[in-house]
Design a protein around this ligand. Sequence first.
Ligand code: UDP
Length: 326
Amino acid sequence: MARILVTGGAGYIGSHTTHHLLSLGHDVQVLDDLSKGYAHNVPEGRLHVVNLHDTAALDRVFSKGHFDAVIHFAAFIAVGESVREPEKYFRNNTGGSLSLLDTMRRHGVRRLVFSSTAAVYGNPEHVPIVEDQTLKPVNPYGESKLMTETTLRWLDECSSLRYVALRYFNACGAESKYGIGEEHEPETHLIPLIFRAIRTGKPITVFGNDYPTPDGTCVRDYVHVSDLAEAHRLALDSLLAGGPSGVFNAGMGQGYSVMEVIRAAETVTGRQASFTLGERREGDPAELVADSSKLQKTFGWKPKYDTLASIVESAWAFDAHKHGAV
Ligand code: UDP
């Protein structure tokens, strides 16, 4: 049993990881300012409503918690918004991480699992993407995460901090046994927006169909949130056992276009999703697909959800739970 602090644990991936670690017997505390996350995602008595820039409050949580490690999710994640308001992303994501790292140093906590992103690659040179490809983000969101990765690399070099950065591809799906799922406000992510289109009949806009991909729409690697939660658990175990720092892709390894996801959702739900073709979204690379063999080989990670249909099915089950009858 380890004492773990999960920042952003009221959010989507953070709450799945929190529940997963609790189910394995770890003592988990959650830190979240609830600017995006929901208190209802966090098990009773474990939530500290604190912003990462509030160092006095961070100190209080750390003084009481005696943490063995931190898993750091807390961040803004909307690519489009990051292009419109870059300062917000650098302040919250990069600045917030620095504040957390400072606090960890003051309290002698030297193990961190960091929630990074495929957006650090920008438009990749080769697909599937391996970790040592050129890192050239094409939006401030990706850059804000890369800046934190760079900080971590130097802290590993210059101090006793050890970290694992997991570069997720497109997290999706939900774990029905915890009653939690993807709920962003405003929602910007593809699968929940397709469900909204199915429920309301109002069309979803497909952002661009002139990309150099088979059907012209963007290709992404959709990976189930429970598989990501397990990747965090494995990374944590390695760090707690004295393992080295490292950076790993976390994706299913299979790319699907926006149109393929819409079709999969129609098949799973048995209903039609109306859509319109729109302009490209700023900052969107054409194709992001992971080579996750490093994560698989190093930690023995194996995604349980290995089809788009199974992922979409689990997301639809949560959507039905949230909206009542299907
Ligand atoms: N997308 C879309 N319409 C929407 C939302 C998303 O066509 O209303 C596309 C988006 O351009 C991207 C893919 O769906 O190619 C996945 O986007 P999402 O925002 O879910 O995740 P991201 O790739 O930004 O992490």
